[in-house]
Design a protein around this ligand. Structure first.
Ligand code: PLP
Length: 462
């Protein structure tokens, strides 16, 4: 099995990035609960034949859809060790938790957070954003809010984020009971960054109408265009207005590892809480999300419980409090820290930073090629590693969707689409450490040739 997976990674370029699942195959995995044992080798064969070839393909260097990490063999091996150990990282006195604490300390160091800051691994930034909103709510209303609920608050809590913020911020407001309507969407400027003058005006307006502003969520690397909000300006406004400053740095925050990107993240060190993923730019296999909170005591007071069977002691296995289960809703948790620790130790943080810089250089190369092409147009400024562009034609919105699907089905590459200022763009997010200029060329050439075919077909049919 290990050899198969080494081969998979090594020979990934020989495969299509993605291929549609044949109907009969989809049907073949639907059968009744197997009550009798099967041969391990048979089940493994089924995996190799029926599952492995039909995953989304983000290990492949031609994968540039959404924001997906590429993973590494080191991360894969660490996952094997972690599964073998089967440690439950909810708590108790064990070395795996010390490893998680070690990674927390590295994260604190990287983002210049104080020693009282707390951190915890979670599934992903969607969860970390949700937890960040909950800690902010505790900060605004006090720890009793967990019992009384926000309905007991006299005033309506309201928060702010940019129009280009990730949908998980909206969902965090929904799931926390604060309500998605209480999240103001601040317009963005031409660079797709939150307009902080409008932010200040919206806060003022809310105060005047009796609402209670409590939180601003800044974005470090937006999904649509890779824009980084002016984190310093948001930090200033948050501190004068006494608001919680949360940063959604899902993929962008680890730009701190790149000497070229780090200066653009100035202000991130002033966040009250920061959500990000090691499984995107950090190249750690899924899942490895992270939440960092400046005020560790407040973080604990948001989530810690007092169940009798979880009581802490100074000796024995129940020692070593606080435990990770005090820092989030999960009790049983996997050893996500191990694959992250292995990745950082084996490759070194600087080489992860170099990968991050290189993906941004590839995005610039792609931007240059698009600007030189008669057939292609750039649809958003290239800020980091995300390029939004399109094929020039009469009906670009529909054509760009069709070209994207055709390229995905061809297996050559895997871009996705998004809407920028009302226009449908083909979107390439370069995250994978395996991606090279040749992969960028492959994608652009495919867009042009599929676009040309499409244009000829339309001319004939009209
Ligand atoms: C990916 C992403 C998220 C969601 O993170 P998950 O790990 O997928 O839950 C949130 N915000 C931004 C900006 C993202 O890129």
């Amino acid at each position: 099995m290990l050899d198969d997976m080494f081969d998979y990674v090594k020979e990934i370029r020989d495969r299509p990035v993605w291929q549609p699942i044949p109907d009969n195959l989809r049907a073949s995995v639907q059968y009744e609960l197997p009550r009798k044992p099967s041969d391990l080798a048979d089940v493994h064969r089924t995996f190799m034949q029926d599952i492995l070839p039909y995953s989304v393909g983000n290990v492949h260097p031609g994968f540039m859809g959404w924001v997906h990490g590429g993973g590494t063999p080191v991360g894969m091996l660490a996952e094997m060790l972690s599964a073998g150990l089967n440690a439950n990282l909810g708590g108790r006195d064990q070395m795996p938790i010390e490893i998680e604490r070690q990674v927390v300390a590295w994260v604190r160091e990287l983002f210049h957070f104080p020693s009282e800051a707390s951190g915890v691994f979670v599934t992903g930034t969607s969860m970390a954003n949700f937890m960040g909103v909950l800690v902010a709510r505790t900060g605004a209303s006090g720890p009793q809010v967990g019992r009384t609920g926000i309905a007991a608050e006299g005033q309506r809590l309201v928060g702010y984020t940019s129009e280009d913020a990730h949908v998980s911020v909206l969902r965090a407001f929904d799931m926390s009971g604060i309500g998605a309507d209480a999240l103001r969407r601040v317009p963005v400027n031409a660079r797709h960054e939150m307009d902080t003058d409008i932010l200040a005006r919206l806060i003022e307006r809310d105060r005047a109408s009796g609402n209670r502003p409590f939180l601003v969520v800044g974005t470090a690397g937006s999904v649509d265009t890779g824009a980084i909000d002016d984190l310093g300006a948001i930090a200033d406004i948050s501190s004068t207005e006494k608001l919680w400053f949360h940063v959604d740095g899902a993929y962008g925050a680890l730009g701190m590892l790149s000497p070229k990107i780090a200066p653009r993240l100035v202000g991130i060190e002033r966040a009250d809480s920061l959500a990000f993923d090691f499984h995107k730019w950090g190249q750690v296999p899924y899942d490895a999300g992270f939440l960092l909170v400046r005020d560790g005591a407040l973080h604990r007071s948001t989530f810690a419980t007092s169940a009798a069977y979880l009581v802490r002691q100074d000796v024995g296995m129940a020692a070593g409090s606080p435990w990770p289960c005090d820092l989030g809703p999960d009790l049983s948790r996997s050893f996500r820290a191990l694959k992250t620790w292995f990745t950082i130790k084996v490759y070194g943080a600087d080489s992860i930073g170099a990968v991050i810089s290189r993906t941004c250089e590839l995005a610039q190369y792609m931007e240059e090629r698009i600007e030189l092409s008669r057939d292609l147009e750039l649809l958003a400024p290239v800020s980091l590693n995300v390029v939004c562009f399109g094929y020039r034609c009469e009906d670009p919105n529909r054509t760009n969707v069709e070209i994207t699907a055709a390229i995905q089905e061809s297996g050559i590459a895997a871009p996705s689409t998004t809407t920028v200022a009302g226009r449908t763009a083909i979107r390439a997010a370069i995250v994978n450490h395996r991606t090279t200029r040749a992969d960028i060329d492959g994608l652009l050439d495919a867009v042009v040739s599929f676009g040309n075919v499409h244009a000829v077909r339309r001319r004939k049919s009209s």
